[in-house]
Design a binder for this molecule. Sequence first.
Ligand code: PMV
Length: 326
Amino acid sequence: MNAREAVRAVLAEASSRVKPRSAEVYAPANIALVKYWGKRDTELNLPVTSSLSLSMGGHGTFAQIEPASAPVLVIDGQTIDPASKMALRMADYLALFGGPFRLTTRSTVPVGAGLASSASAFAAVVAALDDLHGWQMDMRARSILARLGSGSASRSVCTGFVEWRRGHQDDGMDSHAIPLEATWPSIRLGLLKVFDGPKPIGSREAMLRTVQTSPLYKAWPGQVADDLVVVRAAIEAKDMMTLGRAAETNALAMHLSMHAALPSISYWLPESLTAMERVRSLRDEGVRVWFTMDAGPNLKLLFEADSQDKVRAAFPELEVIAPFAT
Ligand code: PMV
């Protein structure tokens, strides 16, 4: 099955149930605690493993979509060059739904926090398309469609803790996000920017190379299976130390699998390693803080509200997010 057929299959279940409108809709960004790294189908973005994330609450993307005579992409008030990589990627995605469309997005992810916003962007675009056509899709349908834009976007259709079940079907109809019931109001995410420049390599190519060439990738599916069990239980028990350790180890294992690829892939910069050392030494001083890292050099810190003052004192530049704040 290709992406166009996948869209058709999902939309066959939806019908125009309410009056279409073109309102501004929202989806949160998310940070994976157990990472998605590696695809079993590159067109449908079907993952090798399941993954589990924490939504960033009020930090994400607003999107609004309207039919247009030619594709237009406006991000944070700026019209994007239609020939740019970003505009072409979005136009290709929107072409799966007909179009052309004028898409306007604005981001509430802290400016310059070095966070990729593709997850919240694709999830918001699906919500906007849903709105425009009056489909009233359920969460599963929205998650499948968001996944076709970017794998991690499948998790941005829900809030709180979210598990993206890998699924087993070739058509991916069982590969979508499921929200966990647990809430954890005192948990905090800290965004620690160490560098704001372009990435050396995109996640799509980096995943492919890791899967194809890294001897360490063979260990990854087993590691994820174990980490999912530990992280689910830690969330249930609100056990910060177990959650932090598992999330940190999982992120390091993902990065090391890339380091062992041929040619080697590194998203770490010297500043990232310095920040990791600072987190470790803070822990040695008794502060309960852990880090995770995605396909970029910046760190995301995990801690609870009662450690916030100490973490902030050590990292004054930290942007702190309370994922369960209303
Ligand atoms: O959704 P993508 O293709 O941008 O891949 C995201 C991969 C990581 O951010 C590194 C991990 C994850 O699970 O979000």
